[in-house]
Design a protein around this ligand. Sequence first.
Ligand code: ZN
Length: 244
Amino acid sequence: MTTVERALRLAGENPGGPVPCPVCAAGVKGANLERHLAKVHGGTAGADESRWGGPERIGSRWLLGLALVVAAAAAGFTVSSGKQDDRVVLGAIGVLAVAMIVWAAVAWGVPLFPGRLRVDGRGAVLRHSLGLGRRRLRPVDRVVLGSAWEGRPSAVSGHDASYESVDVRVGTYLQLCAGRRRITVHCRNAGVVRTTWAGWEQGRKRKRLDITLDAAEFVALQLALWELGVLAARAAGGGDGDRP
Ligand SMILES: [Zn+2]
């Protein structure tokens, strides 16, 4: 079943409630979705129903961890051999510096590592770290919803050159959970998640995000979770706004 077919089925079951448009992510009254798709989007073929791609943030954490291991090994070599080889020391410092720059850039939302997320009846799989790593949940047993944040460097204050960071709201996250394992999926402009769905838990604000999807893919993920029974359609009129 394609994402558009899923959305139309949800609209049929919930004609008075808000249904997220699978193309533009706007909240559309269920009864009007088919017309909205035809009129606004000129009718659309279904996208891939269970695989989505977007920048992930796990690869940069692995890279930083690896660089710390290299630096520790270089320090250990220098101490145990008793001779200071500048190439080893400078090399380790260079590796660590590059890893920290990459990690910080990714934490501020620079899309350096492409990730792939798949959600179907077998569970969820996030492929990360340039395809070398994968995190698997099977099956997804609950969903947590909350606000996503990024720490950004603020202007250097005064002449003491202190470096402060301010937290900036960057949209919404849906966290897929299976026991203690979790995949945190982020979207910058998520639209009507809270008013569309029931069955999720409210989560705290989070800065540790695993993958970012665009609005249409984020809707497709929600519809896939609905089909799996992890999310339920919220009855019409039961909305409490889209603010946390
Ligand atoms: Zn639309």
